[in-house]
Design a protein around this ligand. Structure first.
Ligand SMILES: Nc1ncnc2c1ncn2[C@@H]1O[C@H](COP(=O)(O)OP(=O)(O)OP(=O)(O)O)[C@@H](O)[C@H]1O
Length: 297
């Protein structure tokens, strides 16, 4: 159905991040981040506020040049490319993106094709077709003729996701893409991302959704990776307590499907829901998770 490269994962690339460090205003914000994301994998980047998630993602979509480190996409040095070349490798949905009013949605989405056009070259019929297909894919086609400035936050978020997909990226970088989306559109956006098969790095605060939709998660704390691996193995009670300060349980809500129940560590007696009323969780072995181990990625 979607025959162009960036929408079916045929060009999904391996992403290799090595020794990424940076200081902002003299303060270390990333401290030697090493990560590998396999082709077609969805990696959730999680961690408390201020852990460095957005900073890491900004390095991946070239909004920030790290002090040291490498970012390789299928072996190509992303940080050494010019902007147009890197835009053909990675596309991003930044956390704060405010497209100006006065542009129609279809035009905004077409901007995703800029990396493939020469100066002053007009988008082709194929470029228009790709923009329309991505709008359909994110359920925003009916917005195509609206002024971007008139959209709700959730509608705008879906349009900007379409713009990123229109870039036909080999790696998709999404910083809190679920902001402003209602629960149905959150679930649909995550399902769309999963179905694309494009290598995806996704900063996400909702750990329950990370548990359900990410192939692997990487836990950042104070600018460093403290754990990485399958979410069910990483988001275990000990790590959740240490990194996020919550008591937690993975609860099997139906065979093979888990939800994450949490409450603050310092609340004393359990509140609603009463964990004693919850079914005993089925958890993977402790051996696969450690906040002290080297990241398993
Ligand atoms: N321009 C800047 N100058 C100084 N410090 C900065 C700058 N930008 C970010 N920081 C700091 O870097 C740290 C990491 O910020 P970052 O936005 O990457 O965290 P985050 O994990 O994405 O947080 P959140 O979950 O709150 O979005 C924070 O302590 C933040 O205050």
């Amino acid at each position: 159905m979607y025959a162009f490269a960036g929408m079916d994962g045929r060009c999904a690339a391996e992403l290799l991040i090595g020794g990424l460090s940076t200081r902002l205003s003299g303060v270390p914000v990333l401290r030697g981040v090493d990560l590998r994301v396999d082709a077609g994998e969805v990696l959730g980047v999680v961690g408390p506020n201020g852990a460095g998630k957005s900073t890491l993602l900004r390095c991946l979509y070239r909004a920030l040049a790290p002090d040291t480190g490498t970012v390789l996409v299928d072996g190509a040095d992303l940080l050494a490319m010019d902007a147009a070349a890197s835009a053909r490798y990675t596309a991003a949905l930044p956390q704060e993106s405010e497209p100006v009013s006065g542009l129609r949605v279809r035009r905004v989405v077409l901007l995703g094709r800029t990396a493939y056009l020469r100066a002053w070259e007009n988008p082709s019929a194929r470029d228009h077709w790709i923009a329309d297909e991505t709008l359909r894919r994110v359920g925003a086609y009916e917005l195509a003729d609206r002024d971007i400035g008139t959209l709700s936050g959730g509608e705008r978020q879906r349009v900007l996701l379409a713009r990123a997909l229109t870039q036909e990226p080999r790696v998709l970088v999404l910083d809190e893409p679920l902001n402003h989306l209602d629960i149905r559109h959150q679930l649909e956006a995550l399902r769309t991302v999963r179905e694309l098969g494009v290598t995806t790095v996704l900063a996400i605060h909702d750990l329950d959704l990370a548990l359900r939709y990410c192939d692997r998660v990487c836990v950042l704390a104070d600018g460093a990776v403290v754990a990485a691996g399958p979410p069910q193995e990483v988001l275990r009670p000990a790590l959740m307590a240490e990194v996020f300060g919550v008591r937690s349980r993975q609860v099997e809500v139906e065979p093979g499907r888990y939800a994450l129940w949490c409450e603050p560590l310092d609340t004393g007696a359990p509140t609603n829901p009463d964990p004693s009323a919850l079914p005993e969780p089925t958890e993977p072995s402790e051996s696969s998770v450690s906040s002290e181990e080297e990241p398993a990625c």
